[in-house]
Design a protein around this ligand. Sequence first.
Ligand SMILES: Cc1ncc(COP(=O)(O)O)c(C=O)c1O
Length: 389
Amino acid sequence: MKYNFDKIIIRENTASVKYDLRKEIFEKEDVIPMWVADMDFKTPDFIISAIKERLNHEVFGYSVRPKSYYTSIVNWVNRRHNWEINEDWISFSPGVVPALNMLVLALTEKDDKIVLQPPVYHPFFYAINNNNRQLVENPLVLKNGRYQIDFEDLEQKLRGAKMLLLSNPHNPVGSVWTKDELQKIGEMCLKNKTLVLSDEIHSDLVFKPHQFVPMGSITKEIADNTVSCIAPSKTFNMAALATSSVIISNKELKEKYDQILETIHIGMGNVFGTVASEAAYAHGDEWLNQLMEYLSKNLDFLENYLAKNIPQIKMIRPEGTYLVWLDCSNLNLKGKELTKFMIEEAGLGFNDGRIFGAGGEGFIRMNVACPKQTLLNALNKLEQAVNKL
Ligand SMILES: Cc1ncc(COP(=O)(O)O)c(C=O)c1O
């Protein structure tokens, strides 16, 4: 079966963050939105059917997650990522960002040092700063077209740090950390008694020949020093169903997380998220394989288009995620001017690279999880605007 990713779906007036907040975010209602990380594709039918089936029952009282929900997660990570986990390592979270915040609260104390690797997903900064922890930066370095880890600097930064916040695959630069890199990070963290909080929300979205390796799959020792967050939300375009998992093999750490979940009393989740997650993980392989092929073609198209028609903008080709880190420094637009130009002259809504911290100046983040026609329209507009500069 061939799924149709070319279909353009009107998302306006559906309470969509990406579409319906454009006026608020970009001060312009008609920009092509290529920012927030959700996809313009339909959530697949096997998920919709599962939700409809549950909807037909017409009673939505308090609910629990059944065993089959947990089994679907265990089987998925085993099948897709070669990672053997137990059902009793899985805890719930209504989202990965809430999990990051709860884990910071549960596993570190006020003023503890937490390391992150900018440029990085902006809520990482908030999870540290808003919870009154100390932010320590280990900036990534761009070498031979790939963002890499400065291990010498990391070694120093981990001294006295309680936690490392890892993004794998890394948002926004698209690096998928290799087994060797992860092993090195894991061992350094063990040596320094630094916990690894591994945000693996984009782990299903990795382009061949790159391979995602879960931090928790490397060695038992590293696993027991790691807390991992996964979700079907990015993979199957169901972020609004607010259903994610935290995987913790270390009992002591898991108890601390579960306790905070219990205290705030947000562990129930929602019944539609539960059935959707189970359907996604049970039946999603073929759809996901086809999605990755489509996204890979979008990346090829973008890369060729930029090289041929807008060589001033350089693309860092992502190894994973549908987010693309574009180097626009040759346009010589400083600070706010870059996104202002994109909005007002090109009619395009991107994420300003500066929100991702150090190294973000002169960059924008572009979301290519859209029909090719949308991408082509956006690139035509971008080309025309750049030509007028
Ligand atoms: C690295 C990363 N973590 C977490 C999230 C969001 O997680 P959630 O919507 O489950 O809170 C995103 C969304 O873009 C992300 O890129």
